[in-house]
Design a protein around this ligand. Sequence first.
Ligand code: MG
Length: 582
Amino acid sequence: MRLARSPSVATRSQGPLPASSFVRVNLGSIARRFLGTRPTSLAQHHQQYSILEQEDGGRNVFFPPPPPRPTEHKPGTCDTEIWSDLKDDRRRIYCNRSLNMTSIRAVGFDMDYTLAQYKPETFEALAYRLTTEKLVRVFGYPSEVMDLEFDWKYMIRGLTIDKKRGNVLKLDRHKYVKIAYHGFRKLTTDERRHYHTTERTNPFDEPRTYTQIDTLFALAEAYMFIQLVDMKDSASGGLLVGKTYEEIYGDIRNSIDLCHRDGSLKRGVAADPAKYIHEDKNLVPLLKDLKFSGKKLFIVTNSLWDYTNIVMNFLIGGRMGSDKNLDWLEHFEVVVTGSAKPRFFNENQPLFQVETQSGALLNTDEGNPMANLDDHNDELDPVPAGKVFQGGNYKILNRMLNLTSDANSEILYVGDHIYGDILKSKKTLGWRTMLIVPEMEHEIEVMNRNIGMPKQLFHMRRRRDALEDQLQRVRWKIAERDGGLTQFPEEDKENMESEMAILNEEYEELREEHSRHLAEFQGKFHTIWGQFMKTGYQNSRFANQIGRFACLYTSHVGNLAYYSPNKSYRALQDELPHDALL
Ligand SMILES: [Mg+2]
């Protein structure tokens, strides 16, 4: 039985924009731009991803597999064709703040959804199923909750959950609510406006009311929340009728925490990593290249050692079960597990050395080994000593990497969590940052398929604005006439009325056409939430955070393999609106 319905969300299909309003697109030049001088391989890559695009618009390619190997080059040797002229926009590393990799002495990685790209259709579905089980068996929710179905494509990162009202919001960079749903019901413009009349002093950062979907792990809980909101509102939810939306959200969070604590999620992944995590053939070569260029590599992950060892064994060497070993550690100087980011970046947490065979934690004196009173315990033999830790903070890490605190700008940290990985490390420490944004792949795919459409929509907007200005002028003249401020000839008075009627009709037609095409364009990205990085003409709140806190951003960590480890990344020129005149 499916209780929480997915509403009909298909955007109105009105066909393509009229040819007259389009700038002609040279398909040959676009093809050349994509295919460059190596049409065969890149065309194959393009085809590989294109077949994932479906007719119904945008809810498709959010979590693509790792990029294909750029070339079978040996570590430390340069493939000039790849490194000098990258043809595929999806493989690009985009730069907000210039960064010369030759000045980087250490590169650190988060693990989950950074080094390890999960398959949401299986991994998030597993988390979703285990969470519904906990809701029913531990928190007493009606058994129907276990019959709910998970649509992993419904939610996107960057949304804001209003826990008190049962709403999910998409904000623009000014924190203006542009799209909002209560359960599966889209809020009206007036309902959205309510936020701006009541919440102007509350910029959606108040944690008791709002929470951000800023990690891919949160997509399942956000979807479950609106399903349960829908169930509560329908009055068929039994226990849910007596619960507030806020309590429902809290129960979901507690159920997820239970899944992590009792190990049920980890056991599922450990049993079959290949089912839940993408293999990544770029990973080992790019780690070797970075190391060969003189950089020290490290991992700082919130996952604990046992799970980290399972995931990294699979990613580096494809090892599972009893085949696991510690060979993968040779790629890294230091591995910090259970780091409790973002506290790792600004709090003094105790650091423990992890005994890699048993998982036991050994006390350390800020990373230095302490005398073991049990000298006769031969079973505890750390391999390799002093490389794997739990907890601690960035200061101890710096010392272990032989970097002083004023060398923070010589550390590049790669992560997927805008708050936990990127914002704190950049704002607090001044680390250079690179954000992994898997959604970029689909975003770029749709943009490339619709080259020219934003410009056409912009011209429609300009025409609409010009008509509106003309309308204002005629309205003003009529007001002057009626108010007796200005005397007009009788003939002009009649013309004003007819001119007003014609302009009104033209304006309404254009407004309807523009709105329809804008919705159609946004629906190509995602039929519920539109373009990930935009809300209308403004950057989305998430895109704004990327611009402020990520020095670099890209769709996948494997894209580093397409660039020299000593690449000097250059930011584009900043622009204000008047720069568009150039
Ligand atoms: Mg992560």
